[in-house]
Design a protein around this ligand. Structure first.
Ligand SMILES: C[S@@+](CC[C@H](N)C(=O)[O-])C[C@H]1O[C@@H](n2cnc3c(N)ncnc32)[C@H](O)[C@@H]1O
Length: 450
């Protein structure tokens, strides 16, 4: 620890079980962020916030937007990925974070002043912080019973929810898949790999940079060849989730698997016995396989992606399911539903889990229309009195709070009446920091459709 002009604090603890005279006095030393920065061998720049712009970040919001910054003090000026102090208008540090010279978010706050004072070992030390936060993420998942004999596919690090903004790590058996969406994550790639490789039972790491988001971070990796860095990882791996086996392609969508819907998929298995089930936008068959596992009499999965459906079909065999009960079809969701309406077909349970239709707030209105149309079709092919599980993974839709009114609009359009039976989001291994509500992206509504 760096020694600066420290001040001492005394704390007295009284022990209930001890004799009345027995008190223990401990002495703790606190070191401020400013002192640690002053003694740092590299010299730490200070990002000074505008007056009146501090409270949001004191309250824990991790993304310091450039509009909140008054000036940057320090020579040489910081470069992307550098640790910097973030200070209020009087230049008193409120925390530290990682700088980006290009992004509209110029600092991702990593630790607030009081946390850094309590545990100075991580202050302005990215390697220690990474180790600390990744260990905390492992401990939290253990508390949640992950992994288990029935589930070894789950999210280990959920960006802001695990206080590592821009870093996502999914675990699939002995494989860790890293999705990086921040320049600092790319800068500390080696250190992150080292931390992850120390986790028990992890033997492989696949690195998947989010190219478009990284461009906004000032990092263009599009010319650097194969973007999925498999290193020594196998291309296909087998996992188990809620007791159902899946193949995952390391080159599949997102990290290869949508771990966020685990609890919602499990729910479908509990209500499917004896039912006719349709899974629209099924990817590798998550909901469909759960419905079949739960005793559905007939299950159809529809998706437009051939590679996803090839895996879905292999998943039928992997789970010894009866291929006369469950099948997958490659077709556009809208075209499939229109044909079904035309043919007068309906299902007891319909699941609709389309891709992210509103990637940004700007396109929310357009996307709302798309969600309304898709849901209107889905309602028309749900048997009267049947159930529709409908999802939106667009953060802009979820945070607008308008999904339910979009669904109401869809019901009016379809000439149907809906009631909400169940409301959920992503599974518990996707923690959300209330200071960063943008982390809540998934909406999952179970509707009764009359
Ligand atoms: C959010 S994922 C679904 C995840 C899936 N429910 C699961 O549990 O794994 C969205 C899926 O929609 C599919 N998709 C995208 N556009 C489509 C379209 N026009 N018609 C049908 N499927 C589509 C994608 O291939 C992807 O598999």
């Amino acid at each position: 620890m760096v020694v600066g002009s420290r001040f001492l604090m005394s704390r007295t603890f009284s022990l209930a079980a001890a004799p009345p005279t027995a008190t223990i006095t401990t002495t703790t030393t606190t070191t401020t962020l400013q002192e640690i920065a002053s003694n740092h061998p590299k010299g730490i720049a200070k990002v000074v916030l505008k007056k009146g712009k501090t409270q949001l970040f004191r309250d824990g919001s991790p993304m310091v937007y450039s509009g909140a910054v008054d000036r940057i003090i320090g020579r040489p000026p910081p470069i992307t990925g550098d640790a910097v102090l973030v200070a209020d208008g009087t230049e008193k540090p409120i925390g530290w974070g990682l700088y980006n010279s290009v992004s509209m978010f110029c600092v991702r706050l990593m630790q607030l002043e009081d946390e850094a004072t309590r545990d100075p070992s991580c202050a302005l030390n990215v390697e220690r912080l990474l180790e600390n936060r990744i260990n905390a993420a492992v401990t939290l998942r253990e508390q949640l019973g992950l992994p288990s004999a029935k589930t070894n596919a789950f999210r280990l690090v959920n960006s802001e929810g695990d206080r590592l903004s821009g870093l996502i790590v999914d675990i699939f058996g002995d494989e860790a898949v890293v999705a990086s969406s921040a320049a600092w994550v790319e800068k500390y790639k080696q250190q992150i790999r080292v931390c992850i490789s120390k986790i028990n039972n992890i033997n492989h790491i696949t690195w998947r940079p989010s190219l478009e988001i990284l461009k906004e971070e000032g990092l263009d990796l599009s010319d650097s060849g194969n973007h999925v860095d498999l290193s020594n990882s196998p291309r296909m791996i087998k996992v188990v989730e809620n007791g159902i086996a899946y193949l995952i392609s390391m080159e599949g969508q997102k990290t290869g698997f949508y771990a966020d819907q685990r609890e919602n998929r499990k729910y479908i298995s509990t209500i499917s016995a004896g039912k006719k089930v349709l899974d629209i936008c099924c990817y590798t068959g998550g909901f469909a396989l759960n419905a079949a596992h739960g005793g559905a009499i007939s299950v159809t999965g529809v998706d437009s992606s051939s590679p996803a459906l090839d895996i879905a079909k292999e998943n039928i065999i992997l789970n010894n399911l009866d291929s006369t009960t469950i099948s997958f079809k490659r077709q556009d969701a809208t075209a499939f539903m229109k044909t079904a309406i035309h043919n007068g077909e309906s299902w007891d349970i319909v699941i609709l889990d389309p891709p992210k239709l509103a990637p940004r707030k700007k396109v929310l209105q357009n996307a709302s229309g798309m969600y309304r149309n898709l849901n209107s079709l889905a309602m028309q092919i749900t048997r009267r009195g049947g159930l529709l599980m409908t999802c939106s993974c667009s953060g802009a839709v979820t945070q607008s709070g308008k999904f339910l009114s979009i669904l109401q609009g869809a019901a009016s359009m379809a000439g149907r009446k809906i009631t909400v039976i169940r409301q959920a989001g992503a599974a518990c291994d996707h923690p959300i920091d209330p200071s960063y509500p943008e982390g809540a992206y998934l909406s999952n509504f179970l509707l009764r459709v009359l």
